[in-house]
Design a binder for this molecule. Structure first.
Ligand SMILES: C[S@@+](CC[C@H](N)C(=O)[O-])C[C@H]1O[C@@H](n2cnc3c(N)ncnc32)[C@H](O)[C@@H]1O
Length: 250
């Protein structure tokens, strides 16, 4: 089984190894975050099996996915397990790898560009910056309860860039956690939605406005980025320029 990172959406961000493996596949098991443009790179004739969750539907479950991967591999098929971003970043790739190992199925992992990196590149947002951002933290906060359970105390340092996956619905709890840790409410913040896809959207503002920024993008998938470096991003600079021009015109 090839456990393959599909990247954040744009097929041009697939690795060459991912392309080779897709071009050789007999069957591709893919998640909801995998875009049609990426799936198009699979071998014509390869079976494509959706194993993700569609909105409002429960999905087939991790146990069943594991079982199907083993079954296909034991049938001698070249199996690609295609996951959005990188398989080992909040993608349960580790669990699948361990299950396959225990079943005696050889696994090769092909890394992908994770959402934080793809979205940051698109937004011209350097996640680290000399003397300004010396630490990068990736965390997930799917529900407000998850955010409440996080130990935010280490993230008060103004030199830390924080990227939150699955954080659209818990933006208020993320804001509260970071403010309680000592981050300034005026810290630049961004919500980067549907990054590298044709309908991608970036909204920028301040940490204390995070829930409103999250509400502005509407549809996910989206990441929240909090840190001084957000002020260096293309959307932030564009907003500053627009404000300056408006002031001059007034
Ligand atoms: C289950 S996690 C999977 C992450 C994935 N393994 C990765 O490395 O990017 C899903 C979350 O990833 C983020 N995400 C994935 N693709 C994205 C994209 N194109 N734009 C913005 N966020 C994205 C969102 O926070 C989304 O809720």
């Amino acid at each position: 089984v090839f456990l393959v990172g599909a990247g954040p959406g744009d097929p041009d961000l697939l690795t060459l190894r991912a392309l080779h493996v897709l071009a050789d596949a007999d069957v591709v098991f893919y998640d909801e975050l995998v875009t049609p443009g990426v799936l198009d790179r699979a071998r014509r004739g390869a079976e494509q099996v959706f194993v993700g969750k569609r909105r409002g539907e429960p999905g087939i479950g991790q146990d069943e996915i594991n079982r199907r991967l083993v079954e296909a591999a034991r049938a001698g098929r070249r199996v690609v397990r295609l996951k959005g971003g990188d398989p080992f970043i909040f993608g349960r790739g580790g669990e699948e790898l361990e299950y396959l190992r225990q079943a005696g199925v050889p696994v090769v992992t092909v890394p992908g560009i994770t959402a934080a990196l793809g979205c940051a590149a698109e937004a011209g947002l350097p996640l680290t910056f000399r003397n300004e951002a010396s630490r990068l933290t990736l965390l997930t906060a799917h529900r407000a309860e998850d955010a409440a359970a996080i130990d935010w105390s280490g993230l008060g340092d103004p030199q830390t860039t924080v990227v939150v996956y699955m954080g659209l619905a818990s933006a208020a709890a993320v804001r509260d956690g970071l403010l309680a840790a000592g981050r300034d409410g005026a810290t630049p913040a961004a919500v980067l939605a549907r990054g590298t896809r044709p309908d991608s959207q970036a909204v920028v503002g301040r940490l204390d406005q995070l829930p409103a920024l999250a509400a502005d993008v509407g549809e996910g998938p989206a990441i929240l980025v909090i840190g001084e470096v957000v002020a260096r991003s293309t959307p932030w600079q564009a907003a500053e320029l627009a404000a300056l021009l408006a002031r001059e015109a007034a």
